[in-house]
Each structure stands twice: as C-alpha cells, then as structure tokens.
Design a binder for this molecule. Structure first.
Ligand SMILES: Nc1ncnc2c1ncn2[C@@H]1O[C@H](COP(=O)(O)OP(=O)(O)OP(=O)(O)O)[C@@H](O)[C@H]1O
Ligand SMILES: [Mg+2]
Length: 411
C-alpha cells in the first residue's frame, strides 16, 4: 500500500471520514469510508465537544475497519459564521545584486501580505497566494528563480474564531488522532467538484449542507471570495415539519424522497403519503410540499446571490454556479437557479483521479471529505517539490498552532 491520506468532514448533520491510498501520479483510491450522524454541532460550529468527539469516533472507527488501517492523522474541514475572508496584497523589494527571487523573498512577501488587523478573538486559517507580480508582470504562480526588483503577492486570507478552531482540534484529539491540515470547507469541496476550466473562467461554488451554505468564488484559477451563511437543509426540514404538522424525522424523509422545487410542473393530482404527529397516515398533494420548500430555497439563494453581488462578482461568473452538499440533491434545484438568476448551474461531480467507492462518494454529501483528500495530496506534493521551507505560510502557521495545542492538551 502507498501513502495514506484521510479526510474528515465534521458537518452539522453527519461526520464523514474517508481513507485514501495515494497512487502513483497523485491519483487516490478510496479504501475506507465512515459515516455517522453528527451530534454536537450547530450551523457548522461545535457546541458540544463530547457529542462531537463521539460522532467523530464512530465515523473514524468505521473507516478504519473498512480500510483495515489505523488512522494517525486527518485533514479536517472548518466552517461557520465566524469565518471571515479578505483579499490583501504585499510588496517587498529585492535588493541583492543578482536580484534573483528566493524562497526567503516569497516568505517575506507573504508575511507582508498577511499583515492585517485580526480581531483578538480570531486567528489565521489560510493565507492563499493568488498570484505574484514581479516588476509589474502579473499572473505569476511561482516567482522563485525569476529576476526582479519588486515582488508583490496577492493573497486571499481566511480567519476564524480561535475558540471554534480550538474546539475542532480538541474534538479530533479526543479521538486520539493528529491533524495534518485544517481547511475551509468550501475550499476543500472545490478540490472535489470544480473543473480547472471553471476555476479559470469564473465560478461560484455553493455547498448547501444541513446547517450552512458555504460560498467560494474562483477566477483565474484562484479563490477570490468565501463566505459561510447560516441557512441550509435543516431550515427546509423545519419548515416542512411545521407546515405539514409532522415530526422532524418524517419531514426529513418526505423532503428527501418527494421534495422538489418544480412547483409549476407538479400536477395537481399527484399525491403523497405522510405520517402526522399522531402517527396517522394522511395523503396530501405533492405540490403542497414543493410550495413549502420553494420560498425557503428562494430565501437561501437570494441571500447567497446577494453576497455574491455585494462583493461585485455577479457578472464575473461565466461558468455560473456549481452546487454541492446534500441539499443540492433537491429535485429541480439547478433549473430553479438558472431561471431565477439567469446563470448556468450544475451539480458537482466527483472528479477524475478518484478511484474506489466511487458510487458512494459521488454523493454531494462527500464533496468536502473527497476534497480534503485531494487537498492533502496536493500539499504533500508541493512540499516534496519545494521542501518544508516554502510551505505556504498559512498552513505552517496553523501547523504551529496545532502543535502548540497538541502540547497544551497533552500537558
Ligand atoms: N435527496 C435530498 N433532497 C433534499 N435534501 C437532501 C437530500 N439528501 C440530503 N439532503 C439534505 O442535505 C443535508 C445534509 O447535507 P450535508 O451532508 O452536505 O450536510 P452537512 O455537511 O452535515 O452540514 P453542513 O455542511 O451544513 O455543516 C440535510 O439537511 C439533508 O436533509
Ligand atoms: Mg458539509
């Protein structure tokens, strides 16, 4: 067996763990999967460490059993309303005689670019270099070895609440596992569902899960914007439970099996059976269910599109929207988005280079976990290529925090 990578997606409704065997050329064969109901999170944020740890343990044990391995460390996703993101840039001059740009210059320029005011209760999660500019020439992805007098870096900075990051670390450590990377969930998902042509052209990824809708916008291959909204599938289920007067579990079942946003297309004769709170069977028109779902989905997408518009990206998305997360399975959702916002929309698909359990991990509920595997492999390749000193500043900084926390919680 080759090297292993493990992706752990701690979602509001489920915890998913995937074990990947890294094949020659960076392809990944998924050899283990664990899936557990998630307890202890609200809107993407840990609110109960004990419950969350127990959910993680269940998912991890299942994945270990299937893969017949012991999981040592994982790459884990993070989301929640506390996440903030901002674009920034930094400049340094190259004053040596030969003016050849070194790793150290890149480190210096990234340090300058990340010098923003961060509230005292927040910390850096990512500093993602979008491009380097050498003496005015832009679009450079790796300036090391080039000659110039002035090096600039454009970066996308993601920060999060210290408590929220610590809680994730703590929950994973409670299960006796180390952390390799902490990754913004929609960034992870983008590795699983976006084609590179879409990232180049301009695309918005929407991961619509149970508790949060996560937005990430890519242009020219890089991330430009990210935002986590606290509304998603659980709100739709709640509306159905209230609207149809059924228990939450029944609302969830009806939504998944019969839910739709094609209000106008559902014939008035089409009826579905529901189980009311008093355990009574009742037949209702299916259009009634769609009429409950539609306004909540409108609210959700209006909110998301409002964010995209406010940030100035609405007209910069030729590749439109790519939807993922469990709620993207709703019947008619892509057509609904296309008609309402006049933008192309498609559901995300598991990418090339992923083998094993494809029929399972193809479901959009796994896009974050699959993306975490790809992210981890890419980071390892980068490290092999450039050595540890050029590791992206954001991840190495976070690695330091994680190391510190490791010591703290053990000590
Ligand atoms: N076929 C379906 N139709 C409609 N909704 C669905 C379907 N399947 C799953 N869902 C919904 O998707 C949501 C779960 O999606 P997902 O697993 O992506 O969320 P999560 O990762 O646990 O949560 P989050 O990312 O918000 O923290 C639930 O609200 C569930 O009801
Ligand atoms: Mg999720």
């Amino acid at each position: 067996m080759g090297e292993l990578v493990v992706g752990l997606d701690i979602g509001t409704t489920k915890v998913a763990a995937l074990v990947g065997n890294v094949l020659e050329g960076g392809a990944i064969e998924i050899i283990g999967r664990g899936l557990a109901h998630s307890h202890g999170l609200e809107k993407g944020v840990v609110v109960d460490i004990g419950e969350t740890s127990a959910s993680i343990r269940r998912a991890v044990e299942q994945a270990e059993k299937m893969a017949d391995v012991k999981i040592q460390s994982v790459s884990v996703g993070i989301a929640g309303r506390h996440i903030k993101s901002i674009n920034n840039s930094g400049t340094v001059s190259i004053s040596r005689d030969n003016r050849i740009i070194t790793r150290d210059d890149v480190r210096r320029v990234l340090e300058t670019a990340q010098a923003i005011q961060i509230p005292p209760d927040s910390q850096l999660i990512h500093v993602i270099p979008r491009q380097y500019i050498v003496d005015g020439q832009d679009g450079i992805t790796d300036p090391i070895g080039m000659t110039g007098m002035r090096l600039e870096a454009d970066v996308h900075i993601v920060t999060g609440a210290i408590t929220a990051v610590h809680n994730i670390v703590r929950c994973v450590q409670n299960v006796g596992i180390g952390i390799e990377h902490i990754v913004l969930q929609p960034l992870a998902a983008s590795y699983a569902v976006l084609a590179s042509a879409e990232r180049e052209l301009g695309v918005a990824l929407l991961d619509i899960g149970g508790g949060t809708t996560d937005i990430a916008i890519f242009r020219g291959g890089d991330i430009w914007f990210s935002k986590i909204l606290p509304i998603a599938g659980e709100h739709i289920t709640n509306d159905i439970a209230v609207g149809l007067k059924v228990p939450y579990e029944e609302a969830e079942r009806v939504k998944k099996e019969q839910g739709s946003v094609r209000v106008d297309e559902i014939s008035g004769d089409e009826r579905i059976e529901i189980l009311t709170i008093g355990d009574e069977k009742k037949s209702i028109p299916r259009s009634k269910l769609a009429k409950i779902i539609e306004p909540r989905l409108e609210e959700l997408f209006d909110m998301a599109m409002g964010e995209i518009e406010d940030a100035g990206y609405h007209d910069l998305l030729p590749a439109g929207l790519v939807l993922t997360g469990g709620t993207s399975l709703l019947d008619g959702i892509c057509e609904f988005v296309q008609a309402r916002y006049n933008l192309p929309a498609r559901r995300g698909k598991t990418p090339q280079g992923i083998h094993g359990l494809r029929d399972i991990v193809e479901s959009p509920i796994y896009s974050v976990a699959v993306g975490l595997l790809k992210y981890a492999v890419e980071q390892r390749e980068r490290q092999d290529l450039y050595g540890p000193r050029t590791r992206r500043r954001g991840s190495s900084l976070l690695a330091k925090i994680v190391r510190w926390l490791n010591q703290f919680f053990r000590g």
